[in-house]
Design a protein around this ligand. Structure first.
Ligand code: NAD
Length: 371
């Protein structure tokens, strides 16, 4: 018994050694969390296409940096990589890392098109490495609590799903150019939450507008959208998204059910109010980092534990593919003005447009990278 307990303690003490690739807005958050916030992980190295960015952050966090991804992947002491580079680079990086035997945490979305998404999933499956994708709301403590109560049947039959996700301000034009468009970059988060909480989606109708800055129309993109869903279980959904809410960052979710209604509010950034003759003010989060501080830590903590214990990640490649297909369906609906019907198990009807390629096979038919 003592020996078994000793081995268990040793296993629990083992920390997954992780490197971060890409150190922009989100990579910097992941690297900092791995360095200071995760009990099951150690940050061992950072790398960015801009070597100076890598050196500077490595200095701040007290870890190594390298200019060579090949060198990093050849290092046997590195267990896993976090890929936080621009979306168009993800698939090749996932494939290269998986073939080098590294477990992979990849930011959303996995790729800009379906073949590249499938290729990344297949590479992880072939190499038998864990692949987790960065849908952080699945680790937000409030979302997790609501998910558990839904799964236990406490809400009864879901009737209506409603979700607001709004950024305070748009990212740079350079980022927008490589983002895959509003539906693939922003709405994909809400579509993942929708299918996680309510179930598979049967129909998608999307409306979009470019209102806050001429750059969106110039890029053939939108900054504001409303997406209407019909779920396979009959429930309806309404999503509203914005790149430019101005007042702050907001994510709000409501599920109306036959026995109860769940609301996940957008908590204030600080737990105090400022009262004056002008009124009572509480400070709102300004960006995803402030709103999801805990979730970003917990998703990496969970990934590190999955790698250590040989478990399947909570957000799989198949989940990423399903959300990708829904985002492409929303993009297609916006472009064509038609409702896109997702038939369980096979094709979508509706005209599909570049850059996303047609959602063909249903995600259930794609083998999960970790079985
Ligand atoms: N889950 C979330 O909440 C969330 C939030 C923001 C961004 N993202 C996703 O994360 C990814 C990155 O977004 P971002 O806003 O941090 O982008 P960013 O432009 O701020 O940063 C990207 C970084 O990657 C570096 N880079 C580019 N190509 C590289 C390569 N081949 N190898 C190494 N480094 C490279 C760049 O120099 C830059 O520092 C995107 O896919 C985006 O969709 C997710």
């Amino acid at each position: 018994v003592g020996d078994g307990l000793g081995k268990e303690c040793f296993r629990m003490l083992r920390r997954t050694r992780i490197a971060v690739v890409g150190l922009g807005r989100i990579g910097r958050i992941h690297a900092t969390n791995l360095a200071h916030g995760c009990a099951s992980a150690d940050l061992v190295c950072v790398v960015d296409a801009d070597a100076e960015t890598g050196r500077r952050l490595a200095g701040e966090l007290g870890v190594a940096s390298t200019a060579s991804l090949a060198e990093l992947l050849a290092d046997d002491s590195v267990d896993a990589v976090v890929i936080a580079t621009p979306t168009g680079t993800h698939s090749d990086l996932v494939i290269t890392a998986a073939r080098a035997g590294k477990h992979v945490f990849c930011e959303k979305p996995v790729a800009l098109d379906r073949p590249a998404t499938l290729a990344a999933l297949e590479a992880a499956r072939e190499a038998d490495v864990r692949l987790q994708v960065g849908f952080q709301r699945r680790f937000d403590p409030d979302c997790v609590a609501v998910h558990e109560r839904l799964a236990a049947g406490e809400l009864g039959t879901p009737y209506l799903f409603r979700m607001t996700l709004r950024d305070m301000a748009s990212p740079t034009e350079e980022f927008l150019r490589g983002s895959g468009g509003f539906f693939l970059d922003v709405t994909i988060h809400t579509l993942d939450v929708a299918r996680w909480l309510i179930g598979e989606v049967a129909e998608v109708s999307a409306y979009g507008a470019a209102l806050s800055d001429p750059v969106f129309a110039h890029l053939g993109d939108v900054d504001t959208a409303v997406v209407v869903l019909r779920f396979e279980n009959g429930a309806l959904g309404v999503i509203d998204n914005s790149r430019s809410a101005g007042y702050g960052y907001e994510c709000y979710i409501e599920i109306l059910g036959s026995r109860a209604t769940a609301r996940i509010e957008n908590p204030p950034h600080h737990h105090y109010e400022w009262l004056s003759p002008a009124g009572a003010v509480h400070l709102l989060p300004q960006d995803f980092e402030q709103r999801y501080r805990r979730a970003y830590i917990d998703e990496l903590e969970s990934f590190a534990a999955c790698v250590r214990d040989g478990l399947s990640p909570r957000v799989s490649g198949a989940d990423a593919l399903a959300a990708f297909d829904l985002a492409v369906a929303a993009d297609s609906s916006w472009r064509t003005g038609r409702t896109v019907h997702l038939k369980p198990g096979w094709e979508v009807d509706g005209t599909l447009n570049e850059p996303g390629t047609a959602p063909g096979r249903h995600h259930d038919q794609i083998p999960s990278p970790v079985t």
